[in-house]
Design a binder for this molecule. Sequence first.
Ligand code: UDP
Length: 244
Amino acid sequence: MSEYSRILGVKFNNITHKEAVGLLECFLEEEKCHSVFTPNPEIVMTARKDSEFMEIINNAELVVPDGIGVVIASKFTKEKLKERVAGYDLVQGLFSEIKNKKYTVYFFGGAPGVAEQAKKKMEKIHKGIKIIGVSDGYFDEKKEKLILEDIKNKKPDILLVGLGAPKQEKWINKYKEHLPVKICIGVGGSFDTMSGNVKRAPKIFIDLGLEWFYRLLRQPARIFRMMKLPLFLFVVLKEKLFGR
Ligand code: UDP
């Protein structure tokens, strides 16, 4: 089985959830800052049209498929992905592993107050977790400087950045070399879920690969974003049959 699977130009690590959590733990032992991204079909489609974004994703140390659509698409290629690794689950898996260790976490992103709520919830669920800073994701240049200062002073091992794609990936790429952080993860709307403001789909939906459908039922306005999913599968099939 190959180490990577390339879907419409985006290079995914072909690993399981458990292997991905293990890799993150290895990253914590290294001195450099590692970027971790979790593209879904919508993000892959965006990257296809934005070469800077594509390059940023493909230069990350870990890229996992947050979306059953990407895993299905990989079945049309020679490099089938082992499984979906949702960004939310990856973070929860990491928290479980590190909660009683020395590692510290910083939450950056979401509407004002949401990261703070998420911190409180996570501290209840993962007793012992060390969340040492939070900042919301709505900022101008002046506020951004203060956020960067705060991160530099607190030196978290793990920085979760939830600004939505491609903003969070571009932000991480711009600053990662200047931050005293071991891992930066682009977590999209995960703070909304961690805070309890947005409910995760019931397990049965997740197991059946229908989490996207549940999200659509809860947030019908997402229909326009989700229209990219059938288009994504169509483009993957087209490229398989006729090439680029
Ligand atoms: N967001 C932010 N700053 C911005 C734009 C968005 O902090 O300038 C946050 C927004 O509040 C939400 C997240 O980014 O929490 C994007 O969530 P979405 O569900 O779109 O991301 P996905 O999980 O689909 O990638």
